[in-house]
Structure formats: structure tokens, C-alpha cells
Ligand binder design. Structure first.
Ligand code: 6PG
Length: 263
């Protein structure tokens, strides 16, 4: 899986614990991100006996999941790995727009992860708020989280939209203000749809968070998020700053094309 070319830069462009990994091509980006997932999974199982990950949706991660399935199906401790989602569209699990379906097709159906280790967001519930509440209870139970505390995922994968949204935390939507819930239903006016999403306190409680940003259409938002001074509510990815965890931005050359050359 070696061979991708990347520059590593860490610095205060986002926060002192953030790392920017500039890759050349989308394939290089997927290879680097896959290595990070494999590394964090191996380390977490060694350190804590299990690995918990929140998967991202959309189109970017599909190639990452395919690569992991192709390269690590025989080498990872799948029975000690537990799969959750950072967000979900409010559609049934067999809907083409389902983030669960995409991950199932590209990864989970190809590796020996026990079905009991897979925790989809229960979007078959027609009431988005009830689905969010149910998922919150699932997280509280699995992570044995006391009231006021937040689950610490070992790894959270995130994408970023051209508007700077991440998970289903869209610009100037109610979910951005959530400080105590773990999971909420978030009405997204521009989509005329409800989404179900982990909240910022959960994202920022993670041991590590990896953004995967690929393509020219993300370049303006990436510049704004990493280097601009617009209000964070307009670019919610800016609000992801793990309090005691690693933040890594995997970006390809196209997405990084509006960044200043300085590291
Ligand atoms: C979703 C994702 C969302 C996604 C971005 C980027 O449910 O769509 O969680 O936050 O990561 O919209 O999507 P692409 O990878 O398709 O550009």
C-alpha cells in the first residue's frame, strides 16, 4: 500500500494538534487514509482491546472502503472492530442514498466483521428525531456513557461538502448549537430533508478524526476552513477540533489548489 507521495505539514493552520497531509492524486489520498485506519485499528485493539469507528458517507469514502476491504480483509481483527456512522440520510437502509448501504456494499459485506459489531442508524423509523434518540441510546449503552459525558470513538472519518459542511452539520443549521445530545435529527432547508448526525461534542471527543477531501469543487471551502476567517457557523468543518485527539486532513492536489503554499 506504500508508494503514495505526500507532504506532511503540521502547524497552526487549524489547531496545534492538526496535521495536513497533502496527497497528489485521489488514489494516493485513499491509500494514505486506509493506512491510517489500519494503524489506528491495530493500535486501539492493542491498547484497549477493541476499535470503534464512525464511518462517513457521501461518495469520497467509497474508494477508501473498497481499498481497506481489498488490502486488509485478512490482516485486521474484525471481530474486535465496531462500526458506527457519523451521519445518515433519513432514508431506508436499502435506499441508494443510504450511507449504511454504501459502506455495506464497499466494505462490510467483504470482511469478516460480525453483524453484531455493526450499528447502523435506525432510519427505518419514519420519525427522524426518534431515530436519533434511539441511536443516542445505542451509543450511551455501548460506550457506557454517563449523563454529561461523551463517547470517545477511536477514529471518526469525515468528509467535507463544497459548502464546508461535515457529517450532517450544515451551515447555520440547528445541530451546530447542540452541546449535550450525542445524536440529533437536523433539518437541512436547502435539501428540504432531515438528516441524522453525531453532534460536535461527540466528534470532538474522538481519539482521532480524519477528514478526506478530494476534488476541485472542495478547494474554495478547504481554503476557507483551514486558512480563512469566515464565521465557523458558515463552514462547520471549522468546528471540528478534537479536545484530546488527533485531527488529520487528507487532501489531494485538486482540493488543496487554493491553499497557500506555506505548510
Ligand atoms: C453525507 C456525508 C457528508 C459528506 C460530504 C462530502 O452523508 O453525505 O456524511 O458529510 O461527507 O457531503 O460528500 P462527498 O464525499 O460525496 O463529496
Amino acid at each position: 500500500m506504500r508508494g503514495h507521495i505526500e507532504e506532511r505539514a503540521s502547524g497552526n493552520f487549524v489547531s496545534s494538534t492538526a496535521e495536513l497531509r497533502r496527497l497528489t492524486t485521489p488514489q494516493d489520498l485513499f491509500q494514505a487514509a486506509a493506512e491510517e485506519v489500519i494503524r489506528t485499528a491495530t493500535d486501539a485493539v492493542k491498547a484497549r482491546g477493541r476499535f470503534t469507528i464512525a464511518l462517513s458517507g457521501g461518495s469520497t469514502p467509497r474508494n477508501l472502503y473498497t481499498l481497506i476491504a481489498a488490502n486488509a480483509s485478512a490482516s485486521l481483527p474484525w471481530d474486535q472492530m465496531f462500526f458506527f456512522w457519523g451521519d445518515e440520510r433519513h432514508v431506508p437502509p436499502n435506499d441508494p442514498d443510504s450511507n449504511f448501504l454504501m459502506a455495506k456494499e464497499s466494505l462490510l459485506s467483504k470482511v469478516a466483521v460480525p453483524p453484531a459489531n455493526i450499528f447502523p442508524i435506525p432510519t427505518e423509523n419514519p420519525d427522524a428525531s426518534a431515530a436519533a434518540e434511539a441511536y443516542e441510546q445505542t451509543l450511551r449503552k455501548f460506550f457506557a456513557v454517563a449523563p454529561g459525558e461523551f463517547p470517545r470513538f477511536d477514529h471518526i472519518l469525515l468528509g467535507m461538502g463544497p459548502d464546508g459542511h461535515t457529517a450532517s452539520l450544515f451551515p447555520e443549521t440547528a445541530a451546530l448549537q447542540e452541546k449535550s445530545r450525542l445524536v440529533v435529527a437536523n433539518w437541512v432547508e436547502k435539501l428540504k430533508a432531515s438528516r441524522i448526525t453525531l453532534t460536535l461534542p461527540v466528534l470532538n471527543a474522538a481519539h482521532s478524526v480524519a477528514f478526506l477531501v478530494s476534488g476541485t469543487d472542495k478547494a474554495a471551502a478547504l481554503h476557507e476552513v483551514l486558512e480563512g476567517n469566515a464565521a465557523a457557523e458558515k463552514y462547520p468543518s471549522k468546528l471540528v477540533r478534537p479536545t484530546d485527539g488527533r485531527l488529520i486532513w487528507f487532501v489531494d492536489r485538486a482540493a488543496a489548489s487554493e491553499l497557500s503554499t506555506a505548510a
